[in-house]
Design a protein around this ligand. Structure first.
Ligand code: FPP
Length: 242
């Protein structure tokens, strides 16, 4: 296998990922969906390691959406177990890695033990200076923006601030992603082309890349292909070509 160079020039600061296609990957092999999710979890672990090696600062992965609770109970349980395993292993390998972990999303519907694992992992990795790996878990942009509106409205109602003091920065600071730079590049695997309630506010000026590769087969070389294309683009943020 080709060795990955330490630093890659032209890397964006923040890449966000849809890990799509686990079910199809499994079906093509005559395997249960759970096997696809397990292979998908292995793929994200490898990618996190490799993204840290190449010097990426932020990687966000959409692990479980607010809509994913509609899946069969067994599949939900299976996904939650993969999250448990990931958080436990990250805990065990703490001394070796320099990856910081953050989890974004609602917390109140998650099992107690998962919340504890999240809090412990976030605390233990808070001082890390390498890649920040953000896991979107029970995450949906609409619920995130609704929560932010509720928090801001409460401040207005109790006289802490006036409605005309509300600005874009304040809204951003009340999202789950507070303190995390907006994604520069969003990658979706498996040939699907939609945003599925993911980082809708934060993605306002993100570049999009769609890959036909099914998530369990997605590797750093696929991500670097997206980065290569990203570097050929002229980001104007609503201004003129310059
Ligand atoms: C979408 O593929 C994938 C998900 C809803 C789950 C993603 C979760 C993981 C890869 C594992 C856990 C994550 C971590 C961070 C340890 P799909 O099932 O909708 O695929 P399909 O469209 O082919 O059916």
């Amino acid at each position: 296998m080709k060795r990955i160079k330490k630093e890659i020039p032209g890397l964006p600061v923040h890449i966000a990922l849809f890990m799509d296609g686990n079910g199809r990957w499994a079906r093509r092999r005559g395997l249960p969906r759970s096997a696809g999710h397990r292979a998908g979890a292995t793929a994200i672990r490898k990618l996190v390691e490799d993204c840290d090696k190449i010097g990426l600062k932020y990687l966000t992965a959409y692990a479980f959406s607010t809509e994913n609770w509609k899946r069969p109970d067994k599949e939900v349980e299976n996904l939650m177990n993969l999250i448990r395993e990931f958080l436990d292993d990250t805990g065990r390998e703490l001394e070796k890695s320099n990856v910081r972990i953050r989890i974004i999303g609602l917390r109140n519907r998650l099992a107690r033990d998962i919340i504890e694992r999240i809090e412990e992992t976030e605390k233990k990795t808070a001082g890390r200076t390498g890649l920040t790996f953000v896991i979107a878990l029970d995450y949906g942009s609409r619920s995130e923006i609704t929560e932010a509106a509720r928090k801001i409205a409460a401040k207005c109602a109790n006289g802490e601030m006036a409605p005309d003091e509300i600005n874009e920065k304040l809204v951003s600071d009340n999202l789950f992603t507070a303190g995390i730079p907006e994604p520069d590049l969003i990658i979706r695997s498996s040939g699907e082309k939609r945003m599925s309630n993911f980082l809708l506010w934060q993605a306002s000026y993100a570049e999009l890349w769609f890959s036909d590769v099914l998530w369990p087969d997605f590797r750093i070389r696929h991500l670097l292909r997206a980065v290569e294309d990203y570097n050929k683009r002229n980001r104007r943020f609503g201004g003129v070509r310059g």
